[in-house]
Design a protein around this ligand. Sequence first.
Ligand SMILES: O=C(O)c1ccccc1NCC(=O)[C@H](O)[C@H](O)COP(=O)(O)O
Length: 187
Amino acid sequence: MLTVKICGIRDAKTAQWAFSEGADYVGLVVTPSPRQLSLAEVRHILASVPGRFVAVGKDVSEDLFRTLLDLPFAAIQLHGRVPDRWIDRVHDQGKRAIATTLDPAADVVLLDGPIPGSGQVRSWERPRFSRPIWIAGGLSPDNVRQVVVRLKPDGVDVSSGVERQGQKDWELIARFIKEARHGDASA
Ligand SMILES: O=C(O)c1ccccc1NCC(=O)[C@H](O)[C@H](O)COP(=O)(O)O
């Protein structure tokens, strides 16, 4: 079944909404971005909402990485710099590792757009690879069904495509999940 991740959620109520609409994962951004959360905000959301959360960061420092390993995230998604053995360390904590390059050690490879969270479309192709592939970069409720039907990815991931004026929009989140699931049912 298709995995759906909604990324860059910044409050507990919106996270709860995404899960209630059928999201499999919610991503919390922990490095510089308009969606970045403080660690206090992250802890608050993780403590208030049951569900599978992903820590999402770019060029994460060793200190931050250690903190993320100790928090109850289901998965860690690493963009940019990924030092040797980090994926093993994610696994040692019983978490899943989401890589943004074709890394055979990862549990999932996220094929993202050129700038994460920017809404820029990647060239939507699905490489042959031994790990599950999630597609992201410029997805929205208007195109996700077609992308799922055409590429048959293992998952889809969205951030700006479910925002209005820089804020997550509940109706767009619900519609994105519905459209992705329709695509999966007819793929
Ligand atoms: O979303 C961010 O602001 C972000 C910042 C730093 C690292 C990663 C980030 N997002 C990663 C994601 O998983 C996004 O969902 C993905 O890049 C797709 O974004 P969009 O094209 O806006 O849907």
